[in-house]
Design a protein around this ligand. Structure first.
Ligand SMILES: [Cu+2]
Length: 257
């Protein structure tokens, strides 16, 4: 009898969860391209291949699931130095690798920019974007002291359109070369805070247009995707101002695994 009641309760819970849909998802920065989004669909990049080799990597299936519960704004106390890109989560440790070849988006210092954060399921909350200080060395582990103390952009509840939160802002000034934009999305309707590392290259010579600077895929790499790599699709579609289909490509990448 007890078993039957439990089964009925479980069935009811299952029905409720099916009606409500997944309660816990998620997102990552797609422009400028984050490490999680870059490595989530394919292993085109050497940095991603290295990241995915780190034991227990959750990146391919859970690129949008880099979240920590209960942080409540205490990011610097909860997330350890050297583990900012993983949020301290073991499954994402590969994203902490201090490498100089993470796929990077070319940006013009001080330019207007439309940031896009893929929201696979919407949440309310505040985005805070930080940039690394002048003198940042990508070959060193990323520490809180690597980042400016104050965000260069703070946005609460931006508009979700075509599956992405899009918000305009002005890029930081006074930087050249490789840097990192660190995005913290603190939810207000869940206990979760999401973390994203986006590698960028500041170049005064960049023309207008925000397409990610994509490195050519390594020759002869394992698991070369069939057809067009989705990152290339992202570049083309972002350039064309359309993001939705690009992430259909990402999903296709996930399905192949
Ligand atoms: Cu979520």
């Amino acid at each position: 009898m007890r078993h039957r009641i439990t089964s009925a309760a479980a069935g009811l819970l299952l029905s409720i969860s099916m009606i409500a849909g997944p309660a816990d998802a998620h997102g990552a920065l797609e422009s400028p391209l984050s490490r999680a989004a870059a490595c989530g669909g394919t292993d085109t990049y050497a940095a991603c291949r290295a990241a995915l080799k780190v034991a227990g990597s959750a990146v391919p299936g859970e690129w949008d699931n880099l979240r920590v519960a209960g942080v409540a704004g205490r990011d610097r106390r909860v997330v350890p130095d050297g583990k900012l890109c993983s949020g301290g989560l073991p499954g994402f440790r590969g994203l902490d690798l201090a490498r100089t070849d993470w796929p990077a988006t070319k940006l013009r210092p001080g330019a207007a920019f439309t940031f896009r954060y893929r929201g696979t399921i919407p949440h309310k909350g505040t985005f805070r974007l930080y940039v690394t200080k002048p003198g940042y060395d990508p070959a060193e582990p990323l520490r809180w002291s690597s980042l400016e103390r104050k965000p260069f952009l703070t946005v609460t509840d931006p508009r979700l359109a075509d599956g992405s939160y899009a918000f305009k802002g002005r890029l930081p000034t006074g930087r050249t070369g490789r840097h990192l934009i660190y995005t913290i999305w603190q939810n207000s309707d869940t206990p979760d805070t999401y973390y994203s590392c986006s590698d960028v290259v500041f170049t005064a010579a960049a023309k207008k247009g925000n397409a990610p600077a994509l490195q050519p895929p390594a020759q002869g790499g394992p698991a070369a995707p069939a057809g067009v790599p989705w990152q290339l699709g992202v570049a083309v579609l972002l350039a064309a101002g359309a993001g939705t289909a690009a992430f259909a490509g990402l999903r296709a990448g996930r399905r192949r695994r």
